[in-house]
Every structure is written in structure tokens, then in C-alpha cells.
Design a protein around this ligand. Sequence first.
Ligand code: NAD
Length: 262
Amino acid sequence: MTRLSGKNCIITGAAGGIGLETSILFAQNGANVLMSDVNKEALDKALTTVKNLAKDAKVETFVCDVSKEDQVEAMIKAVDSWGGLDVIFNNAGIMHAEDADAVDTPERIWDLTHNINVKGVWYGCKHAVLSFRRHSKKKASVINTASVVALVGSATPQLAYTASKGAVLALTRELGIVHAREGFRFNSLCPAPLNTPLLQDWLGDDKEKRYRREVHFPTGRFGEAIEQAQMVVFLASDDSSFVNAQEMIVDGGMTRAYVTPE
Ligand code: NAD
């Protein structure tokens, strides 16, 4: 598989569900991959997994907190010696357990969520553009992770998270237009709830809580992280050369359903 041959790619949140699956697919598709995460221990473990599954690929790690601009700048400059960045997947994000509705969300949770989910994506986009220009790139791709909650309201609220993902959609769309003539594409990924440890551990054996969510899927199941990663490979590759400023919804039809099959 060579869809990403020769492309220098950075993935943030690379130690987690979507980021790790994307790192594996990128490496297997011939990309040079810089896996980045704030959690060094998890990142080291993720690197071993990727190296085992893509033995010949160039894969390195960089510890970075995306809410700190100097760290994001250093992360992107780390691939200068590779020939400069071609693709960045700004994927790191959090959904905090104390996030709630308009009344109960603590301000510090709002700020923390927005510092990582929104400012982190902005810094990633800003330093990617500076890098693309520094290396005179004529085409480049930026993919930012939003969520279906940026598109549809949820009766189980996480207001800070929802607002942050709405911001990701809006800023990505605008950047896609601003930089179109430079050849820099910006698209966002909107995943539905996934079968990742994060969500599944939280749902546990609580059948009612699980049903409350599963019933909204026409397919009758949650998505898998690798199903998101497949879309990211497409958006990163030249196969999507005319796809720009879009919201790519990977949700098994969830946001299109009125009533789902029995
Ligand atoms: P995850 O928690 O498994 O992975 C997120 C990764 O981001 C973790 O490895 C974590 O260490 C890292 N991270 C957290 N804060 C960071 C920071 N400040 N700087 C750098 N890295 C940081 O979650 P996931 O399910 O893989 O989620 C990835 C993205 O997808 C997130 O933006 C999330 O909001 C979004 N998303 C997830 C789902 C889902 O159901 N899992 C649904 C919609 C959207």
C-alpha cells in the first residue's frame, strides 16, 4: 500500500484509539509518521504496536501538549529535517467527566476543554501553514477531528465539548477557503461514538445506558476507530485532491436517521 508514500505526517493524540489506528494505517500506506501525544508512556507503547505492524516504515514519536503553542511549534519543526510537513492530523482531544449542561459545567472544565480541543487545533493549523510555506509545499492536507455532536444535539450534554467541536468545524471550513489557492486543504472528521475503551469502559455493563446510545445507530452498533482511520487516509492522500473545507461524517448513518430499524 503506497497511498501516502513520501508524505511526512504528524498525528496528535496518537497514543489513543483513533490516533493509534491512523498511525498504523499511515505507516502501512508508506507515510513517514511522527506520532505525538501528551502521554509519553502510552506513546511509547503505541510506537511498539505501530513498528510491529509496519516494520519498514519511518515512525518516530514526539511528546507534545497541544494546548501549549511552543510545544506544537517544536513538534512541527521536528519534521523540517525530513523535508517538511505534508499532512497533519490534529486529533488530540478530551471530553471531561465533569463536563455537563449550561448550569453545571465548571468554568475551569470549559477552559481546559477549549484550550486542548480548540486552541490545540488552531496551533496545529497555524504552525502547519507556516511549515508548508517554509518548505514551499504546493499541496498539503490538514485533517481536524471534530465530532457528530457538532452537528446534532445530545440530550446527554457535554456542553464544553460540544461547543469546542463546533468551533473545530467552523475554523476548519474557513481555513480551507483561506488557503485553497496555496494548495493547502483543510477538512474535518466527524466521528460518531466509537467502540473504544474510553467509551466502552464508561458504559460497562449498564444495559440501559448502552441501549440509550445504540438505538440511534441504524447499523445497531458503535463505530470502530479503524473506520475513522480509513477516512483520514483518504483525506491525507492525493485521492482526495478536490475535497476541501468539508465535514466528513463517519457515523454509520446515525445523523441521517429519524427512526432506526428494530
Ligand atoms: P482517546 O482518549 O483514546 O485519545 C485521545 C488522545 O489524546 C490520548 O492518547 C490522550 O493522551 C491525547 N491527549 C489528550 N490531551 C492531550 C493534549 N493536551 N495534548 C496532546 N495529546 C493529548 O480518544 P479517541 O476516541 O481516540 O479520540 C480522538 C479524537 O476523536 C478526540 O478529538 C475526540 O474528541 C474525538 N472523538 C472521539 C469519539 C469517540 O467515541 N471515541 C467520537 C467523536 C469524536
